[in-house]
Design a protein around this ligand. Sequence first.
Ligand code: FE2
Length: 307
Amino acid sequence: MNDARPATAIDERGRSRRDVSHVEVLAGTSFKHQHLPAILADGLTRGFFEVHAENYMGAGGPPHRALSAIRERYPLSIHGVCMSIGGPGALDREHLERFRDLVARYEPALVSEHLAWSSHGGAFFNDLLPLPYTKDTLQRVCEHITQVQDAIKRPILLENPSTYVAFASSTMSETDFIRAVTRHTGCGLLLDLNNVFVSAVNHGFSPESYLAEFPLERVGEMHLAGHDEQRDDDNAPLLIDSHDRAVAEPVWDLYRSVVSRVGPVPTLIEWDSNLPDWPVLRAQAFAARRIMEEPTHAFAPEVSNAA
Ligand SMILES: [Fe+2]
């Protein structure tokens, strides 16, 4: 860390003021190294890129050379996957220190983590696992977020999960839980609309009702992604948050609806496997940008007046 460097100015939704303004129409994509030559040749303007923090926790080498080339040209979002914010145990101290050092090194516009757990007792799992929403888990999640925010000296954006099971032990809704977390920790939110749609179909609730309860005023970034459509053992629809294809039309519809209410918010296309050529991925980001640029938005007052 370079302590002589001035702290990055962060807005109330956890975003770097240098790279993101409230009125900036910022649409980005996941950054994959095989796209680097095409991205550098592209001359893309107004984009941003997101990477998984855990892929850059080594000290140097090709991953950092590629990421540095991106950071020299574009705002960056660092998206943590393995912090296990929702886990029952203490955060892994070494992991947190690596995460802190990565944030200090790249000074990203956005820093985010998941409302989920993925490690326990020193074992790391490949999945983002759900948690029950209770007073006890709320306290633990808030403690963990505060610990992360204290380490990196800025708020994070917490991402809503996609889920396939619900806990009978939950005593509050997911949206009430998330709202309470923002109130207690001051964190912002990363609203993943594909996660909302996947969970809504899997559990049989209305995504519009969920969004009506979601604290949209705290959203500093949105995610859009593709999902796989399967059937469960009872032949009911089962959606998998696969990040391996284009964004589905119902998710675009939710996005139009949210943007019409809150205005432009940095929006990222997540695409992590079965990668297309760069122009296909870029076209998805451009589609999000076009929606943000539509002139028909009825912004909430605190958003429209914030520039
Ligand atoms: Fe996401």
